[in-house]
Write a protein that binds this ligand. Structure first.
Ligand SMILES: Nc1ncnc2c1ncn2[C@@H]1O[C@H](COP(=O)(O)OP(=O)(O)OP(=O)(O)O)[C@@H](O)[C@H]1O
Ligand SMILES: [Mg+2]
Length: 316
């Protein structure tokens, strides 16, 4: 079932077009990553979904939530940099949010006790928030986002600001939460998206660059490649430069067959080149390297990773 439909959504701030006509769907039970570099429009998109920012154009439709009130009860939202009242304790804060979302005082307190335990800050719940670490604050942020038992949990960069330990802890918690509820989160870190999500929506400069299930995107864009690492003597470096120039000029042909399609990466003695027929390309390359007396440290065949694809999409 489609829980959320976004159609042609856009947002301008004066002359800055932060989001330019993006469309995507979130299905119930899925975990979706909104992935993109800094300034891509992730926060702007998420704030529109959370109802905190009015779009300039397009539609946002939540299944079974026509009114503002229904939307609020459906959604849980964790902002990019949550702010808290430092003088409150964690427990008081979650209970306060519970009351704001319509719970009676004793229900709010019960729910708060349950949630601080759930996110792993039970021991610190009676301490003032101003003494919390970044990871604890992020978990408190999650607790407040879960107060209303949301069907859709929306989070803006939930782990980006954390140190490696905090990051690991929050990722583990998200791993559990995504089994219970539909999740949409933004990140600029591909690895976080790969670790958690089923679907990706990659945005760049306010537009969708690529979207689909993670496995589809991976398979669709998988390319064979050869990685070379040469000794950095003049002869080897110059051979590699010539080879890279030939491939880039569309002359990666061997006996009329386009063996070498594209240079993916080239820096000094290191190169990644996308090939058509991996066996033929390797055979030709090995004999050529021997003939030209190029000193090879490493030759590896493999496939392009999602990282390669992401870097390419983002750099375009
Ligand atoms: N309130 C605002 N006024 C003017 N421009 C804004 C405003 N908010 C965002 N922008 C611009 O919109 C674009 C998208 O910003 P946004 O914060 O949505 O990106 P982001 O993908 O969340 O980036 P980050 O990874 O750095 O958090 C940027 O060019 C930003 O400068
Ligand atoms: Mg942002």
């Amino acid at each position: 079932m489609e829980l959320l439909q976004v159609k042609n959504l856009s947002k301008s701030f004066g002359t800055t077009r932060a989001v330019e006509g993006i469309s995507f769907t979130v299905h119930e039970g899925r975990c979706v990553a909104l992935l993109g570099p800094n300034g891509a429009g992730k926060t702007t998109t998420i704030r529109m979904l959370a109802g905190l920012l009015k779009q300039t154009g397009g539609h946002i439709q939540f299944q079974g939530a026509g009114t503002e009130l229904e939307r609020k009860s459906l959604l849980g939202y964790l902002p990019q940099s949550p702010t808290f009242y430092g003088w409150m304790t964690g427990l008081e804060y979650v209970s306060f949010i519970g009351k704001l979302s319509g719970l009676g005082a004793s229900d709010a307190k019960k729910r708060a006790i349950e949630l601080v335990e759930r996110v792993g800050i039970g021991d610190a719940a009676k301490r003032r928030i101003r003494g919390y670490s970044g990871g604890m604050k992020q978990r408190l942020g999650l607790a407040q986002a879960l107060v209303n038992r949301p069907k859709l949990l929306i989070m803006d960069e939930p782990v980006s600001a954390l140190d490696p330990i905090g990051r690991r802890e929050v990722l583990k918690l998200l791993e559990e939460l995504k089994r219970e509820t539909t999740v949409l989160f933004s990140t600029h870190v591909l690895h976080d998206a790969e670790e958690l999500c089923d679907d990706v929506v990659i945005i760049r400069r306010g537009e969708i660059a690529l979207q689909g299930s993670l496995s589809d995107v991976r398979n669709r864009h998988r390319r064979s490649l050869i990685e070379l690492q040469l000794e950095e003597d003049e002869r080897s470096l110059s051979w590699l430069r010539d080879f890279a120039d030939k491939v880039s000029a569309g002359a990666g042909l061997v006996n009329g067959h386009a063996l070498f399609k594209q240079v993916e990466h080239h820096q000094r003695g290191a190169m990644k080149v996308i090939v058509d027929d991996i066996d033929k390309a390797r055979e030709w390359l090995l004999s050529e390297l021997a003939k030209e007396r190029v000193k090879v440290n490493r030759l590896e065949v493999g496939h392009s990773s999602l990282e390669d694809l992401f870097m390419k999409v983002v750099a375009e």
